[in-house]
Design a protein around this ligand. Structure first.
Ligand code: LLP
Length: 439
């Protein structure tokens, strides 16, 4: 069921973005012109391609054909209800990290039994909420959490299904803030303690051990760390099962990277062909597999459309000041991340006389850290629109109201159809929970 790029203009699709393409001078997402969406909905504006999400999902589904596998979308990447709905309807489960995320999945029509709950700091209240909803599995990250979860489940007369997140101590070779499987990271339990902690879990009355879990980091562009982590996890599976504790599933987490800037991550199906070969060789090919991909399902499905407010030439640097900022697009400020920035109307017709220059593309927020792209060659003038690419993941979900900026509109495009999935946030929306006091 692989999705073909729409009729938009497959030949000029942008690298890594099969459903974002120039048709003539006009940048389109699926069959819709971004300039038209900006005119109707204003900027900044997030636009997501449904076909792109489903194509990314299909790569995993192809990879797992004939296997027992459950794809749990790591919704922290983009937790907007309309996005969750796409994955719920496609049959996905969800990887959640808070009670709030659980409420979102249920509101979007997701199946509680296909939810896995990750994270190092689950509260008792969140554990109760998830147990009462009947989620599929808790990915437990410490021995102390096992004890608390067992108590909470026992008090409800339930047994919590658990897997323990193991830290395989492999280097995913990604940004230090998003690498999670190294010894010094706060995540998971140490490889050498795993067997003892499993035995402890198996002795607790409120728990039912069902699986093992690992997640080594994010924006991983090389198969090697995955293969190494799998070897280390399978060594643990062997010793845990030899001790008499059966594991029904193995969860390999998420982390597969996308193409932001000439990155060449393996395709999901190719990566899983390699991983499944290893599983088969080691005799675990029949185990149920779970995965928790986030970015690779939504990252390149989204673009952020923004308008150039001012062009400000400088002695050493030119600035292109846009109406999107670090509150909408926090990744450059947080991780020095690269997002490609392209014109919504290609230069030949849109700005024929605007000379190309190099710009730092920055937002209106009062911080020098509020930059979106550095040293970019652009032909721009005030009023032009730009598209910031690869903004489907970890943008809206990490957005803030800093400088009392409202969150942007979000649209879901499906062929020629456009659905508003989030309205623009007003100042009144932002002040709704605040109270003036008598002074
Ligand atoms: N599972 C667990 C336990 C995770 O912690 C994460 C991401 C995922 C799955 C999904 O990883 P993905 O497939 O999306 O790489 N804000 C950062 C990324 C933080 C990732 C946190 N954990 C960024 O913008 O690059």
């Amino acid at each position: 069921m692989s999705q073909q790029p729409s009729t938009a203009s497959a030949a000029s699709a942008l690298p890594g973005h099969p459903f974002v393409a120039y048709r003539g001078a006009e940048l389109q997402i699926e069959d819709v012109r971004l300039s038209q969406l900006a005119a109707e909905h204003g900027t900044p504006l997030f636009v997501y391609s449904k076909a792109s999400m489903l194509a990314a999902l299909a790569a995993y589904q192809r990879g797992f054909a004939g296997r027992q596998a459950q794809i749990c979308y790591a919704m922290k990447a983009n937790s907007s209800l309309g996005v969750l709905q796409v994955f719920a309807v496609a049959g996905c489960g969800f990887d959640i990290v808070s009670g709030g995320e659980l409420e979102r999945v249920l509101a979007a029509g997701g199946d509680a039994a296909k939810i896995i709950f990750s994270g190092v700091g689950k509260t008792r209240a969140e554990m109760r909420q998830a147990l009462q909803a009947g989620i599929g599995c808790f990915n437990v990250e410490s021995e102390a959490e096992l004890d608390v979860l067992s108590q909470v489940a026992e008090a409800l007369g339930l047994r919590a299904p658990v897997s323990i997140r193991v830290n395989p101590n492999v280097d995913p070779k990604t940004h230090p803030y998003i690498s999670t499987g190294l010894k010094d990271n706060k995540f998971g339990v140490a490889h050498e303690d795993t067997l003892r902690i499993y035995q402890h879990a198996a002795s607790l009355k409120g728990l039912q051990v069902v699986g093992i879990d690992c997640h080594i980091g994010s924006q991983i562009t090389d198969a090697t760390p995955y293969l190494d982590a799998m070897d280390r996890v399978l060594d643990l599976v062997a010793s845990i099962e030899a001790s008499g504790i059966a594991l029904a599933h193995i969860d390999f987490g998420g982390g597969l990277g996308i193409n932001y800037n000439n990155d060449t991550p393996p395709a999901a199906d190719a990566l899983w062909a390699q991983l499944l070969r290893k599983l088969d060789e080691r005799g675990y090919g029949q185990k149920k597999l779970m995965i928790e991909p986030g970015r690779s399902l939504v990252g390149n499905a989204g673009v952020c459309v923004t308008e150039v407010l001012y062009v400000k030439p400088g002695e050493h640097k030119n600035f292109c000041i846009i109406d999107a900022a670090m509150n909408d697009l926090p990744r450059p400020a947080m991780y020095q991340a690269f997002h490609a920035i392209v014109p919504v109307l290609a230069e030949s017709t849109a700005t024929p006389s605007t000379p190309e220059a190099r710009y730092d593309v920055v937002g209106p927020i009062c911080e020098s850290g509020d930059w979106i792209g550095r040293d970019r060659a652009l032909s721009v003038k005030a009023g032009d629109q730009l598209a910031v690419l690869s903004t489907g993941a970890y943008c809206m979900s990490m957005s803030s109201n800093y400088n009392t900026r409202g969150r942007a509109v979000e649209l879901l495009v499906d062929g020629a159809k456009v659905h508003v999935i989030r309205e623009r946030e007003s100042a009144a929306d932002q002040m709704r929970l605040e109270r003036l006091v008598t002074l």
